[in-house]
Write a protein that binds this ligand. Sequence first.
Ligand code: IMP
Length: 409
Amino acid sequence: MSCKVVIGAQWGDEGKGKIIDILSRDADIIVRYQGGNNAGHTVVIGDREFILHLIPSGILRKGKLCVIGNGVVVDPEALLKEIDMLKAKGIKIDGNLLISESSHVILPYHKVIDKRRGAHIGTTGRGIGPCYVDKMARCGIRMIDIVNKETLRRKLSANLEDSDEFNFGQIYKEYLEYGKKIKKYLVNVSSLLNKAIAKKKDILFEGAQGTLLDIDHGTYPYVTSSSATAGGACTGAGVGPTRIDKVIGVVKAYTTRIGEGPFPTEFKKGLMEKIRTKGKEFGATTGRPRRCGWFDAVIVKHAVTVNGMDEIVVTKLDVLDEMDKIKICTGYRYKGKVYKDFPADIDILEKCIPVYEVRDGWMKDTTSAAKYKDLPENAKKYLARLSKLLNVKIGMVSVGSKREQAFRI
Ligand code: IMP
């Protein structure tokens, strides 16, 4: 029995979908605990590609229980669409999916506000931030509220009291309908998980986004509005920290980010196009091109620390196969000083000159490597160097999008 948390160690899109899919083979229950349909987890099974935004990717394996915790913000329309999409592809949902009664609901006004006010952050426009704002302001509407006519009427009318823009009747009717369809999935997730832990079940907590997008530990304010770090698993699912056995971080062999905000190791145009094309670096949720750059050991070291990572998984190593020189950022130079630790001052991140060490690439195809031994010498050296800089063990390496293109080391 064990409880593992898998989280992103950069700005999201580290390839967590695939790693969670592999790790969920041995899990009984897979839990999402924060974020909403701003996430996009891509899983390739055979020649079929699935992109999941809300439902844990464990749903693609037969007989796994998938759970959405209280820390998630759920857009019922997006949830029902995802359920229909999966059912149409022959995936069993009923009996395999449960949702916390306490998770907060994204309403139409959240999406409108997000599109209006989130532009400078480059949000996904899915209403995530404004929904968490209402949660913290104690005027949010929870899943349990949309299955109760009176509660929904009271809360929604209070929220729309001063609004000429949104039609109470229309939203009320629409959300009651969603409530009817979703009711069968609602449970007390904390109670369910703690009973499962007592029965020694294997539980996998899947983080969405990444550490540098975490509301507390990321590049604030260019972050998402939830706790994307390992601690979020406890508050977002109702499981105590003493129950977590292992924290696994997922890192790309280079760095990407979507949306606005500082990115010290960002490539210039030529290299940007090359890596973006090779790594298929386009957002799974919005289709936006991802910004790409060299591996930044400063941010990942920060992620290792704030998450208490036991090991990391390095993904997309193959994307660097054709690079004759590979750089690793080991510090930030700013106003005559070199910062080796992650600075809270956004000005340093925006204006610093990255300090790089330059390594020889391996210039060989790694996509067919089936074990660590198969990797070219320079690829092994690159991994060893990352492990040393980050002071954490590398547990697995991924060299392509397919399930079989990954091995433990
Ligand atoms: P929001 O989560 O839609 O509020 O967006 C806030 C920031 O997080 C923006 O820069 C988004 O591009 C980024 N973001 C949100 N979800 C993801 C994700 O799953 N992967 C990568 N970036 C994300």
